[in-house]
Each structure stands twice: as C-alpha cells, then as structure tokens.
Design a protein around this ligand. Structure first.
Ligand SMILES: [Zn+2]
Length: 259
C-alpha cells in the first residue's frame, strides 16, 4: 500500500495558494525575491512522500492502533496516549512548538511553525479521537489495522486520523525538502470531536491570541470520489458554526478532504 500522494499534494498546493490569496486580499502583488531560493517543485514533494512511504505507513498504523475513543471514560489513557504520540511526531518534523493544551476534558494537541515572518498564518484543524466500536460490524479487530486490497482498515483510519497525519506529512515533506514552509502553520487537533466537541468553543475563546490566523483549514471533510480529493473554499457559516471557529483575523474557513 502507498500513502496517497494526491492528498498530500492537495495540502502543498493549498499552503501555496494561501500565500497568493492573502497577498491579493491585501492588494499586494505576489513578490518573489531573487535572493530567495526557488521553491521546490511538487515533484520533489512527491518524491519525498514516495521515499518515506514505508515509514509513514508504519506511523499511521501505530496511531490507528491506539483506541482513542473519546466517549468511553475507560479509554481516557488511550486518548492521552494518542495526543502524546502526535506531539512527539510534531516535534520530530521540526515544528517550533508542539504540546498538549488542557481542557476540562481531553487535551487539544497544538503545534506551530512560525518562521515565515510577513507571510500569512494557516491554522489546520483535525481530530484524533474516534468513535466507539460495535465489534459485530467489523471483520477484523478495529484497532489492529490491516491492509487489504491496497486499503488500510481500522477505526479512525479515515475519520480523522488521516486528516491528522496527511497534513503533518505534507508539512514534513516541505520542511525536509525546502527547510522551510511558504506560510506559518498552526495545527490544532481536537480530542473530543466525536462527542460533539463540548469544550472546543471555550478552548477557542480562552486562546484567541495563540490561535490567531489568516486562514483555517478543516481537514475533516469528504471528497468527490475515492480517487479525487477536493478543497471546498470559503465555507463561512455552517463550518464556522459547527467548529465554532472564532479566531481573530480568520477570513475564510476551508474544508479539505484528506480521506
Ligand atoms: Zn471527523
């Protein structure tokens, strides 16, 4: 099985679009400095994804194997373990900050990379908690991920640990290839989405400065077909209400679909 490059590429393209969109919004021309080294082509990011497929697959199965079910109190240690696993991964790819932020319930995982002064900031949302499992509906143990017919099966493999990992791998590929990102990036990974994110709004209200951004990406969406990923742009209302995104400066909320 290979990790889908098209999905990661969607994030690469998205991060670059945010630079030019923000520039246009501010009535500036997109400036390219001759002193600035040329950005790597998408092909070099694709090569990175190909070259690291086995390592990424191993990471993905590790994360899926953690039963981070938010609605079952007995699974709280697993939820915490999944959060800690993601923090370690964010540190390993070179994010400036990687930590869990407490709420009255499960922690939010936060990571940031802030070394693009003057460039916009993109905040990326996904969630690392999963739904409980009815064992009778599963042909395999839900937390023992298995690859069949080129697909990986396991609870959370799609919704939404794919959203967590593909966005991280996209940032990793750009950092490892270019040594930098075209924009500043903040990750926030919810640990209670599958139980309705009861503390998320309070969390946002308490952390407005920390979460300040120019664009928000919701990596917990759908796509056109199994082979066609998608980005929905400018979802201002329903998504804003659903996620209670009330981040100062955010002018657009986009949903992308790395599933
Ligand atoms: Zn979801």
């Amino acid at each position: 099985m290979t990790i889908s490059k098209s999905l990661a590429l969607l994030i690469f393209v998205g991060l670059n679009i945010f630079v030019s969109t923000n520039s246009i919004a501010q009535n500036n021309k997109v400036k390219t400095s001759k002193k600035e080294p040329a950005k790597s082509s998408l092909a070099s990011y694709e090569k990175y994804i190909d070259d690291n497929n086995d390592a990424h697959l191993k990471e993905f199965t590790e994360l899926i194997a953690i039963p981070s079910i938010s609605s079952i109190p007995a699974n709280k240690p697993d939820v915490d373990r999944a959060a800690a696993w993601i923090v370690n991964k964010l540190k390993a790819i070179g994010m400036t900050t990687a930590q869990t932020l407490p709420t009255d319930g499960n922690s939010i995982v936060y990571g940031s990379w802030d070394k693009a002064p003057g460039k916009p900031t993109v905040i990326i949302y996904a969630h690392y908690d999963v739904q409980p499992v009815k064992e009778s509906e599963w042909d395999i143990p839900a937390f023992e991920p298995k690859i069949m017919d080129g697909k990986i099966f396991g609870r959370g493999a799609s919704d939404d640990k794919s959203g967590v990992m593909i966005t991280i791998w996209a940032v990793e590929a750009m950092l490892r290839t270019d040594g930098k990102l075209p924009v500043n990036v903040k990750f926030i990974f919810d640990g209670e989405e599958e139980k309705g994110s009861p503390r998320f709004k309070t969390f946002l209200d308490k952390n407005k400065e920390l979460l300040k951004a120019d664009f928000a990406v919701n990596a917990d969406g759908s796509q056109y077909s199994e082979t066609t990923p998608s980005i929905l742009m400018s979802l201002r209302w329903v998504s804003a209400r659903k996620l209670a995104f009330r981040i100062p400066g955010v002018s657009e909320i986009s949903a992308c679909s790395p599933k």
